[in-house]
Write a protein that binds this ligand. Structure first.
Ligand SMILES: *[C@@H]1O[C@H](CO)[C@@H](O)[C@H](O)[C@H]1NC(C)=O
Ligand SMILES: *[C@@H]1O[C@H](CO)[C@@H](O)[C@H](O)[C@H]1NC(C)=O
Ligand SMILES: *[C@@H]1O[C@H](CO)[C@@H](O)[C@H](O)[C@H]1NC(C)=O
Ligand SMILES: *[C@@H]1O[C@H](CO)[C@@H](O)[C@H](O)[C@H]1NC(C)=O
Length: 393
């Protein structure tokens, strides 16, 4: 009888002092993080006696002991206070993480859902320079190597790239072809580590030769020679590009039709995407049948110097198409371009004549004329001044 009574007392004592666990409700149970980031799931529970915390991971592993956890998932640890920390999330880390708080009086659970996203792409502007940094620590100091989206190792210095001493990669001028995944590899004798970065160009209306909107240019071409009309297009999405000839023919790249008769007139290049349009209008002049310079009288003319205080006039009768530009080369090798004057010697602008005022015996020597145009150049000795004859002195 007494025994039974005692049992009842103990039972009522127990029921007063126990309390089923209750987990503090988290603000959110759904979390998204980027690859490689750290995340912590809390599980703070009340209860008497204190609740035992355990976790069930996405791969159904059951974890109860605080410490580092090794599974097929990315590394994580269970802290003393029940918090589960994922150190460097990868795609295997995604899924449900269930916390169970239990004691003799009962149990409570909470389930977190984890989403893992790839790193957000780095947005860059076409035509601009971009810096990708890669900081690596380690002993010995790691060497940094960059791998381009085309899986080539990037040389430290080239037309497109520069790798700075601290490992930063500089893309000098971004084009659409530079988009993609760049890998930074840090390596020392102890091992290596890789960091990936995605570079993505911002949307952009078309630019032609780095200018947006309408532009115009002039070009002088020579018939039977190649003329290059530059129309470098940038834009995203990749613009549609076409040329319009003076006759209204439309040419779209790659135009491999080869040569066509060049004619003077207006050539227009257009570039268009859904964000806008740019155009370049090239006014082309064609120098018809260019002709190399030649001299009407190639024989050297011998002129005595007359010291009569007058002027000596040397002519350079050069022909050619377009009309050649003339320079005179004095006996001592000095070149006199059109309109220039050296003491008593003047090269008249426009007609190629060389004037020597008040000639003296020191002016003697061979005077050469240099004629040049788009098609070529020619240097000829045209005049020889000789010392005055004794009877003139
Ligand atoms: C548990 O401990 C860790 C490390 O001391 C701390 O960062 C975290 O905030 C704690 N969790 C809670 C729910 O207090
Ligand atoms: C995530 O990391 C773990 C541990 O480092 C590894 O075993 C697993 O293969 C990784 N998963 C993915 C999808 O990379
Ligand atoms: C060449 O000759 C011209 C004309 O006599 C003279 O003015 C000039 O100083 C000379 N130049 C040199 C480098 O001797
Ligand atoms: C060349 O030009 C000068 C200056 O304009 C002029 O005095 C001279 O008569 C011209 N000579 C010829 C051959 O046309």
């Amino acid at each position: 009888h007494i025994f039974l009574n005692l049992f009842c007392t103990i039972y009522s004592l127990l029921s007063v002092q126990t309390e089923a666990p209750r987990i503090q409700p988290p603000k959110t149970t759904e979390l998204s993080i980027y690859l490689g980031k750290t995340v912590a799931f809390h599980c703070l529970a009340s209860g008497k006696p204190p609740a035992q915390i355990s976790w069930i991971l996405p791969d159904r592993t059951f974890v109860r002991d605080p410490g580092t956890i090794h599974t097929v998932l990315s590394p994580m640890s269970l802290l003393q206070n029940g918090t589960l920390r994922i150190h460097s999330a990868n795609f295997s880390s995604k899924g449900d993480y269930k916390c169970i708080a239990s004691n003799a009086a009962g149990a409570d659970t909470v389930t977190y859902q984890l989403h893992v996203a790839a790193l957000p792409p780095m947005k860059v502007k076409l035509g601009e320079a971009v810096k990708l940094s890669c900081q690596a620590t380690g002993e010995p100091k790691p060497r940094i190597t960059w791998i381009s989206p085309h899986t080539d190792v990037i040389p430290p210095l080239s037309d497109k790239y520069r790798v700075v001493d601290d490992g930063t990669l500089i893309l000098k001028k971004v084009t659409l072809a530079d988009e993609g995944k760049y890998a930074c590899v840090a390596r020392n004798s102890a091992g290596d580590d890789i960091k990936n970065m995605i570079v993505e160009a911002e949307l952009q209306e078309p630019y032609i030769n780095s200018v947006r909107g309408k532009t115009s240019a002039k070009l002088l071409a020579v018939s039977y020679q190649t003329a290059l009309l530059d129309c470098r297009v940038e834009g995203k999405p990749e613009p549609k590009v076409w040329w319009l000839t003076p006759y209204g023919h439309s040419l779209t790249p790659p135009y491999l039709g080869g040569r066509f008769q060049m004619d003077a007139g207006r050539y227009k290049c257009f570039a268009k995407n859904h964000l806008g349009e740019a155009s370049l209008s090239v006014e082309m002049e064609v120098a018809s049948l260019a002709e190399k310079p030649s001299f009407a009288s190639p024989n050297i003319e011998i002129l005595p110097i007359k010291q009569d205080g007058g002027e000596l006039i040397l002519e350079c009768p050069a022909r050619g198409t377009p009309i050649p530009e003339i320079s005179w080369v004095l006996p001592n090798g000095t070149m006199l371009s059109p309109g220039r004057r050296l003491q008593r010697i003047t090269h008249h602008f426009g007609n190629g004549t060389l004037w020597i005022s008040q000639p003296t015996p020191s002016d003697k020597g061979i005077y050469r004329c240099l004629a040049r145009n788009i098609a070529g150049q020619l240097l000829e000795a045209l005049s020889q001044l000789t010392a005055p004859s004794p009877d003139q002195v």
